[in-house]
Design a binder for this molecule. Sequence first.
Ligand code: GLA
Length: 767
Amino acid sequence: MSKRTSATIKHRGGIRFCGIKNLSLRGLHDAALLSLALLGMGGPACVRAQSNEATIRFDKATQVFRIDAADTSYILGINENKQVQTLYWGKRLPAGDSFPPAHSDPGMSSFDASNNTTQQEFVAWGGGLYIEPDLKVTFPDGNRDLVLHYVSHSIDGNQLVIVMKDISREVFVKLHYQADEATGIVRRSAEVENRTSDPLTVEQIASGTWNLPRGTDYRLRYLTGRWAGEWALHEQPVQPGKTLLESRRGSTGDQNNPWFAIDKNGANDQDSGDIWFGALGWSGSWQISIEQDQVQQVRITGGPNSFDFGYRLASGAKLQSPYFYAGYSHDGIGSASRLLHRFELGSLLPHAPSPKLRPVLYNSWEATEFNVDEAGQEALAEKAASVGVERFVVDDGWFGQRASDRAGLGDWYVNPVKFPHGLKPLIDKVHSIGMDFGLWVEPEMVNPDSDLYRKHPDWTLNFGGRPRTEGRNQLMLNLARSDVRAYVFAALDKLLNENDIAFLKWDYNRNWSEPGWPAVAPEEQKRVYVDYVRNLYAILDELRTKHPSVEIESCSGGGSRVDLGIMQYTDEMWPSDNTDAFDRLQIQDGFSYVYTPGVMMAWVTDSPTWVNQRTLSLEYRFLSSMQGALGIGANLNHWKTEDFTTARKMVSDYKQIRETVQRGSLYRLVSPQNESEQSVTESVSADRRQAVIFAFLHSSQKFYPYPRIFPRGLNPEVRYGMTALAGKLTSGQPALASGAYWMQQGFDVDLRGDFQAAAFVLQSTGD
Ligand code: GLA
């Protein structure tokens, strides 16, 4: 299911952005059904998905394409000008409804010509276009005009390819569509092919444009952030003009995450209202523009960032854009998130549709920072194992001459002073006490104070003769270079060959600067934006193929490289270096709008936290982290006996509920956003037999009781028993009641004071 194909590997040396898993119809169908059967992600929606298989039909008479999948229909047509025009994107329509042929918009005036006002799937810059283009090229003769017309198409199960061509030059564009049966999410990308006899330069390429029904009452949600403050949810009305979400940092970045969600009619409810959402699968600089034009049409165009972009396409060469995934829900933003979660678990992650549950992990970073050594790590490992930890991870500091962040990056040999016998004794110890072993790496970086830099100063991104800006005392290796790619792969491969390592925490701690590539001709240098990311994916892919049991975490000084592209090659994500359990409520909430809690690493760390000097109980810290994939990052040498007792209980409780948390359907019952005093989440297991509810209180005020909690997603017919993992209900409530009772009547929890937390499990009694 959903394996990388040999065809994928063939593409690696080519010039595709994505070069990744292609599911056949059968494959996707199987994957979807299997994911539904094994993961069953999300109750009633699942049942709907099973009966609504993905189909793509073309009506020759009307020249209309109709894509139907899950609860979504996506309809486009070829109009009289041979443009590919969007006709409908929304709730699935009855099969009997047919669409009249597409007709271009006549335009408003000589200032607003038809090609700007006609809703098109993919437009090139040319012919008087002034809206955001999907493609912009320059030919060597100075011509920069490109006008694409439909030529042909092919349908293969759930995949549609539409071929377009310039009106005079041999430039072809293939628009790829793939519909996911389980969620209705459509994956798009565009491939431009230069069949002229000369090279041309691609100055902008998007994966495609998503058009919304005409309207003025849209609202955009997006995510903003910074280091230690990632994943803030932001909302604003979509207004005339353009909003550009982007990263120019060379990687995904945390200032914006490549995701959008747009609702209509002020529908602000978690579980009702029309919502359109999408996310880019690209870990380089990117952009998503949300544009409301002069005739009140809203279009969303996304792909690699066009700033400083310039990909020279030789005669005969092709360039494929990243994947842009988008979906629709009739059931509010909560449902949109659940569709994305299900898609990630069922189709996207390396082991989809059945990714492994995340083990409970210990990481020594906050405890020891760079001061790692054999004895110290072994002592921590023993303590971690005693509370039920399943994976022990040594963070930064184990390699090269790494005593601080000033030296060592690039030299991936084990430090002989800290680990005089190599890593083996520690790894053996970790195994002997029942855990597997993980290691931190930051392979794309080099410190100027390293053997690697002294030997290969030309391996970094740089403009010849110009200063090289450092970030955290480090420079970026130019992974686009084949020698750098080979070095990075070989270093990691050797590490994995020589040591029994189950897990790599793959870090990336700065943005790009001076993105030059002096070794290639000036006109080729901007390829770095594409080739870097492509090589990163290729290294990850090759490592996974050669070491299939190794799992990888994507970390970037926190949550700076989390996207649907890297997610195809990594098993889990680090949302933020901010491990303050209260701050984390909002951080984790924002993360969950796009990404499943099943990949969201959350550590329990020391109190007061280094972040805010806030003091929180150990139980509060555990409950905050138990909403995702639980880890411990505290200094266990400072724990008291009672802390170990608490931790042992919480880890054991977590193991009872983690499948529900990591694979279930997430409902946000009370949002922690906007300085909320409370936060409540609920996860419902795939079979709806278990629900886990986490409730947090910032501070009590004026003797107000905690708001009543109304669970969602339960089976109304089934009876559920209520137990408290932490905290208690107010007196006089039933211990056993129907799903309908719990959802309609709700329950009251006894939470008072500052920074209080509770957790409850509703378990079906089987009748
Ligand atoms: C980054 C990561 C941290 C830690 C340090 C090590 O900041 O986000 O978790 O691994 O690097 O240097």
